[in-house]
Design a protein around this ligand. Structure first.
Ligand code: FEO
Length: 617
């Protein structure tokens, strides 16, 4: 039976999941399975983007036929010839001999190497920037060599603003009924697998990934459809920002990954003690036994953490086998830009430290601590100082915040408004109803103050129409925004005035709590209804103290914080073209061009004042 998912009105996912695969590419464990994605566009012409692995050929062929509904298949775009995406091409051609294969010359060469069918009579060769019109849609072809093989090509549909990204932005793991990354808690449940996929599959080719990211930055992309894992239709920056770090071999987290190889537990013991001394200094640590944890997970962790420690016993006058394999794997995946420390062990001739240094010394921008800790069989009390010295040397890269002396001499005697951004605000849609008028705005000031009864406070700007409605009716709802919320929600509720706009005009869903006030059932994880008991005039804002009379959860997604919004949701401001001078709004990214910014300037988008603008570099 077919199993398909709608991507857009005329694009369907016709791929399939495989949970029986023991090792992806014969080497990478996939305990949660893997998806092979293929997409079928039903425009005036029908266009299939890649096929799937032979393990799921039957489901895929059913999916294609169901979606075609008896139409012929006009084009197959082949972006990548690795057999997990091309294995079913010969069979597809037997079923659809009319098909034209759209591919690059390199793809053509690889298809001929892998398969024996007549391709010359049906090939439609494309090069960089070539286009193909299929009716409503125009496809643009973008070469992406070495992401992951040399023939890889991506396709940009400029009509739907979709990037078919081949292996890029993929992820291990079956889709489990979802298709879009915003349907799952990607950061919590899938980011580690996305990193493991990236680091092991394309980690070696950071320069080539950077070059594709540069090309992609010139395109207006609203959706990314990769060959494995989830489709991205919102908050694209969540994955793109990771690729920008990974491709430059920049660590994601400051902290220490310790990988050890230990035969009888003595090297492990040294690794554990080092981790304790690092934690004592407030430094994050993770530890892996390289004989137990699959190498692909440790490679992935090495791409994540800023500092790496390798501890290995000496074995056959060399590095212990599993550690040697891991180090060669790391070097093969081009690990670079890391600070490294080494612990060696050996009962009669410890040599592993020097050999580890030799392997990692060949990698770029690897800075190895000069002194190894060297153990003869087991760590002795007098050597605890060696471990402490290593912890201190690593700790020197993690400076503690500058202490403020008793006379407050180092604390600037200013009120820096940026300091307010350090507060861990959440972000919320505050809604109210007055008669038949519904309205809402974005606020960041909701706080629970008592448990019995449950009371909260909200701070609301008097300039907001919602403020006046709450003052009049005494009723409101707080919809707690989750990390899945796209920028459009903030634009809708934060950058417009309810006085002249119906903020719910485009909303199909009408969800109300028992107080009759609307709430957002999408992009949120909880709703709280409040009844105002007291209000305090705070100048520009009113602080409402309210009793909660209804509250319920909508999802387990993480709540969005102010910091998360700035890092992952708010588009990065683009400087005005032609090197013009100007000021950018730190809240919404609006750019005011000119040499000066009047003190009373108000952002036309988000209504924040001149204090929230900064000069463009
Ligand atoms: Fe999923 Fe490089 O193939």
């Amino acid at each position: 039976m077919y199993c398909i998912k709608k991507v857009t009105d005329d694009l369907v996912w016709v791929g399939a999941n495989d949970r029986r695969l023991a090792l992806f590419e014969g080497v990478y464990s996939v305990p949660t399975g893997v998806s092979y994605n293929s997409y079928l566009l039903t425009d005036e012409k029908t266009v299939l983007f890649d096929t799937v692995d032979k393990a799921v050929r039957q489901r895929f062929l059913e999916n294609v036929e169901t979606t075609l509904k008896g139409r012929k298949l006009d084009y197959l775009v082949v972006q990548h010839v690795e057999p997990d995406h091309s294995a079913v091409i010969p069979e597809l051609i037997r079923q659809h001999p009319e098909i034209k294969i759209v591919c690059s010359a390199r793809v053509l060469k690889f298809i001929k190497q892998f398969y024996d069918f007549d391709i010359d009579s049906r090939v439609h060769l494309v090069e960089e920037n070539d286009t193909l019109n299929t009716g409503k849609h125009t496809l643009h072809f973008v070469m992406a060599p070495m992401v992951h093989w040399p023939e890889v090509m991506m396709t940009y549909d400029s009509t739907a603003k979709i990037l078919f990204s081949a292996d890029a932005f993929g992820c291990f793991g079956a889709l489990n009924g979802a298709l879009f990354a915003d349907e799952v808690d990607f950061a919590k449940d899938y980011m580690d697998e996305a990193r493991r996929y990236y680091s092991n599959i394309v980690g070696k080719y950071g320069t080539q990934v950077e070059s594709v990211l540069d090309k992609a930055s010139t395109l207006d992309i609203e959706m990314i459809c990769p060959l494995h894992g989830f489709v991205w239709r919102s908050n694209l920056n969540e994955i793109v920002s990771k690729y920008m770090l990974w491709s430059k071999y920049e660590p994601e987290e400051r902290g220490v990954m310790i990988a050890y190889a230990s035969v009888y537990g003595n090297t492990e013991n040294a690794a554990e003690i080092l981790a304790c001394r690092l934690r004592d200094k407030g430094i994050k640590t993770v530890i892996f036994d390289v004989s137990v944890t699959p190498a692909s997970e440790i490679v992935s962790a090495a791409f994540k953490w800023s500092h790496l420690v390798f501890a290995s016993t000496t074995y056959n006058a060399g590095i212990f086998v599993t550690m040697e394999a891991l180090l060669n794997d790391l070097a093969a995946h081009n690990i670079q830009n890391r600070r490294v420390a080494i612990i060696e062990n050996g009962s009669w001739a410890p040599t592993s430290g020097g050999l580890i240094r030799e392997i990692l010394g060949k990698c770029e921008r690897i800075n190895i601590l000069e002194k190894n800790v060297s153990i003869l069989s087991g760590l002795k009390p007098k050597q605890l100082s060696d471990i402490e010295s290593m912890a201190q040397a690593i700790g020197a890269d993690f400076p503690a915040p500058a202490a403020v002396n008793q006379n407050n001499q180092t604390a600037p005697n200013t009120v820096d408004p940026n300091t307010m951004f350090k507060l861990s605000y959440g972000l919320f849609v505050l809604t109210a109803r007055d008669g038949s008028k519904d309205n809402g705005c974005i606020i960041n000031t909701v706080m629970q103050i008592t448990v019995t009864p449950v009371k909260i406070t909200i701070g609301v700007n008097k300039a907001n129409y919602t403020h006046d409605m709450i003052l009049k009716t005494g009723k409101f709802n707080v919809s707690v925004l989750s990390e899945s919320a796209p920028f459009s929600v903030f634009q809708q509720f934060g950058f417009k005035s309810g006085k002249d706009t119906d903020k719910f005009a485009d909303s199909e869903e009408v969800s109300r709590t028992k107080n009759g006030v609307r709430y957002l059932s999408k992009w949120t994880n909880g709703v709280i209804s409040g009844e105002v008991k007291e209000s305090i005039d705070c100048g520009t804002h009113t602080l409402f103290i309210a009793e909660v009379n209804q509250a319920f959860s909508l999802s387990s997604d993480a709540s969005v914080t102010y910091q998360y919004y700035f890092d992952n949701i708010k588009p990065k401001p683009q400087p005005p073209k032609g090197n013009k001078k100007g000021f950018v709004c730190k809240i919404c990214g609006y750019v005011h061009e000119g040499d000066t910014l009047p003190d009373d300037f108000v952002c036309p988008l988000c209504k924040h004042g001149a204090g929230d603008f900064e000069r463009l570099a």
